[in-house]
Write a protein that binds this ligand. Structure first.
Ligand SMILES: [Zn+2]
Length: 311
């Protein structure tokens, strides 16, 4: 018996694995055809050895073989799988095992339908699937007039999309006019879709607080009303707890006046009318609000954040 880098004794394996996986991985068992999961490719991610966690296949190597077991046309590089001649059950076959722990995976055949010509026929019970990490996140922020914050956030590297809208009120599908009355409870907000491998939530909060004055209660300058409140609509615990910590730090170290930013759970975001999209850039020659109010704010914040702007 070969010495594998990852070794457990029989009792340890039994403790680690469920009974069915132990039978397949450690006793060269075979699961019943069509009894396993992972027969169809429906998500991006990696297949790991259920015994030791080593990555063996990726979802783009999988194909639907109509044989009742998950099938792959190749393995990940780096010699993670060993091939062993198997003459059991009166057949000449080639067994495949995990090179790290020796766990039995299945067999390999030369009848694959893709260019490689190979079919790695693997027991579902030998594998665990790890979905590819989602890199796209969404954050909804209200920092006064949405024209002002929208034009700043769209310049940040890693921000994929910014949409102006309304959140936090009672009236469904509110119009701009209704929200401006201050009576619907909605705030003018932006929904920021971003790549969290390129820009962090903390950076977004930093720019958010630089883009407006969080110590003004229900107003930003001459814009007055609850629709202009400073608010973070959190979508999960992480957004909420980081916002709490960030505000606590600002209050302790930066602001002497009370920070009025509210944290509210995001229930529904309503798209604003299309004419609000990229409002500053498309209206700076027409609307003096752009030059008088938005531009100085925008220039100041973009200058402070030159290092993280889109090229
Ligand atoms: Zn393994």
């Amino acid at each position: 018996m070969k010495d594998y880098p990852y070794q457990l004794n029989k009792n340890q394996w039994k403790e680690k694995l469920d009974e069915a996986s132990y039978y397949v991985l450690r006793e060269q068992g075979t699961e019943r055809a069509y009894s396993g999961t992972f027969l169809l490719v429906n998500e991006q991610g990696n297949f790991k050895c259920k015994g030791c966690g080593e990555v063996l296949f990726a979802s783009d190597m999988q194909f639907d073989s109509h044989c009742g077991w998950p099938s792959f046309d190749r393995e990940v590089s780096g010699g993670k799988i060993l091939q062993i001649e198997d003459n059991s059950h009166g057949m000449r076959r080639t067994e495949i095992v995990c090179a790290n722990c020796g766990g039995h995976l299945g067999h390999i055949f030369d009848d694959g339908p893709t260019q490689t010509g190979k079919r790695y026929c693997v027991n579902s019970l030998s594998l665990q699937f790890e979905p590819e990490e989602k890199r796209q996140d969404t954050l909804v922020l209200g920092g006064g007039c949405f024209w002002c914050v929208e034009t700043i956030f769209r310049e940040l590297e890693g921000v994929l999309e910014v949409k102006s809208g309304y959140a936090g009120g009672k009236l469904p599908n509110p119009t701009y006019e209704a929200v401006c009355s201050g009576e619907t409870g909605h705030a003018e907000v932006i929904r920021v879709v971003y790549d969290n491998s390129k820009i962090s939530l903390e950076t977004l909060y930093k720019v958010f607080f630089e883009s407006h004055d969080p110590t003004q209660l229900n107003r930003q300058g001459n814009d007055v009303g609850t629709q202009y409140r400073s608010v973070i609509f959190y979508a999960n615990e992480f957004q909420k707890s980081l916002a709490q910590k960030y505000i606590a730090m600002l209050q302790r170290d930066i602001y002497s006046n009370q920070i009025e930013t509210t944290l509210e759970p995001l229930t529904k975001f309503y798209d604003a009318e299309a004419y609000h999209d990229d409002y500053y850039n498309l209206n700076k020659e027409k609307n003096s609000y752009c030059t008088a109010v938005i531009q100085p704010k925008r220039d100041k914040v973009l200058k402070m954040n030159q290092a993280i702007l889109k090229k």
